[in-house]
Design a protein around this ligand. Structure first.
Ligand SMILES: NC(=O)c1ccc[n+]([C@@H]2O[C@H](COP(=O)([O-])OP(=O)(O)OC[C@H]3O[C@@H](n4cnc5c(N)ncnc54)[C@H](OP(=O)(O)O)[C@@H]3O)[C@@H](O)[C@H]2O)c1
Length: 344
């Protein structure tokens, strides 16, 4: 009965939120922050619950050695959060770690954290607990940002590679979330998972990455449903192309992946596709290294909103017009139509 009543609720009674746009001039394209709710441009939103400078709003971010994680750690610190910056290279003295440590702030603490290691994740939970004034009150936020990427058509990609990427992007997210949930539940806090536009739509030669991000989306949706009655809010941020701004790809990394891939290819695949075809694909991939937006602020703004707004959005889409439109077409129109536009 209640379900029938809900389903038959007139549209006018639904919360008045559909789509939001934050327009940023960036390079040749406008980078937008679209969200799956609200008509308010993100830049005009109010941050309903400002971070408490006494450090009660503690947030742990994974993958802070570089890229989004590094910028986000510094940004949230500047907003007054108590930031635990999980770094893969803390013990090895990575450059990002040194820069954050040099701020000498009590509210920005780097923590050794490989999301593939249960032991390191548990140690990070202990570190957070022992730093909180009152661990019984829990921890406000977790941002699952750590990630790696690779490329290669299905026939060029080894099962080992699929597993390696999933270990960080998917199982790392699941492992870290499960370990921090008791603290997050106590604070009725926030989980923000960094997925990707490739977690919503597939792309050729990106299957090892896409499947992990589709997994992050599914995990986030299940968690959001489960946590709703417990007061923990779960958001997903789906960045578009920011390759030029982060360390996800470099020409050296692409060459190293390509060499390993070719060396390990089954003979039948090498013979059928040929080296020329393979090299052309690698050259195309190399052209992506300098592609995309160099301004990561739409991503940083999205995560900040998800952590601070009274009603955070389910999904944030910081991406340019081209990718946003493509994602709408692929996710809303029949496959035959989107295939005709983007594949055939
Ligand atoms: N850049 C884009 O265009 C884009 C688009 C959509 C989504 N994303 C997502 O955004 C997130 C951040 O990536 P980014 O673009 O900022 O690239 P990035 O600069 O390479 O940052 C990823 C970070 O994760 C760290 N990391 C790798 N393996 C880890 C592990 N096992 N445990 C903990 N940390 C680990 C990396 O450390 P090291 O540097 O030491 O390896 C690096 O600091 C990723 O989830 C990525 O999939 C990026």
């Amino acid at each position: 009965m209640m379900l029938a009543a809900r389903l038959s609720r007139p549209l006018s009674q639904l919360p008045g939120r559909t789509l939001s746009i934050c327009d940023r001039e960036n390079g040749t394209r406008h980078t937008l922050l679209f969200c799956s709710a609200s008509c308010t441009p993100l830049g005009h939103r109010t941050y309903a619950s400002e971070a408490n400078p006494d450090g009660s709003k503690a947030v742990l971010i994974t993958g802070c050695d570089s890229g989004f994680g590094f910028s986000l750690a510094k940004h949230l610190h500047s907003k007054g959060f108590l930031v635990f910056a999980g770094c893969l290279m803390k013990d090895k003295g990575g450059a990002g770690v040194k820069e954050m440590d040099s701020l000498n702030s009590d509210r920005l603490r780097t923590v050794q954290l490989d999301v593939c290691s249960q032991e390191e994740v548990e140690k990070a939970v202990q570190t957070v607990c022992s730093s909180l004034k009152d661990p019984e009150k829990g921890m406000w936020g977790l941002v699952n940002n750590a990630g790696i990427s690779t490329f290669g058509e299905v026939e060029f990609t080894s099962l080992e590679t699929y597993k390696e990427v999933a270990e960080v992007n998917l199982w790392g997210t699941v492992r870290t979330t499960k370990s921090f949930l008791p603290l997050l539940r106590r604070a009725k806090g926030r989980v923000v998972n960094i997925s990707s536009m490739l977690g919503r739509m597939a792309n050729p030669a990106r299957s090892p990455y896409c499947i992990t991000k589709f997994g992050v989306e599914a995990f986030s949706d299940c968690l959001r449903y489960e946590m709703y009655p417990l007061g923990v809010k779960v958001s997903v941020v789906e960045p578009g192309n920011y390759i030029a701004a982060t360390s996800l790809y470099s020409p050296e990394r692409i060459q190293a992946i390509a060499k390993k891939m070719w060396d390990e290819l089954p003979e039948v695949v090498r013979k059928d596709y040929g080296k020329k075809y393979f090299d052309e694909k690698i050259a195309k991939m190399e052209t992506y290294c300098n592609s995309g937006s160099t301004d990561t602020s739409p991503v940083i703004d999205a995560v900040t909103h998800a952590l601070t707004a009274t009603t955070p959005y389910t999904r944030y889409h910081p991406m340019d017009y081209y990718w946003w439109l493509r994602m709408q077409i692929i996710t809303h129109l029949p496959g035959a139509v989107s295939d005709m536009i983007y594949i055939h």
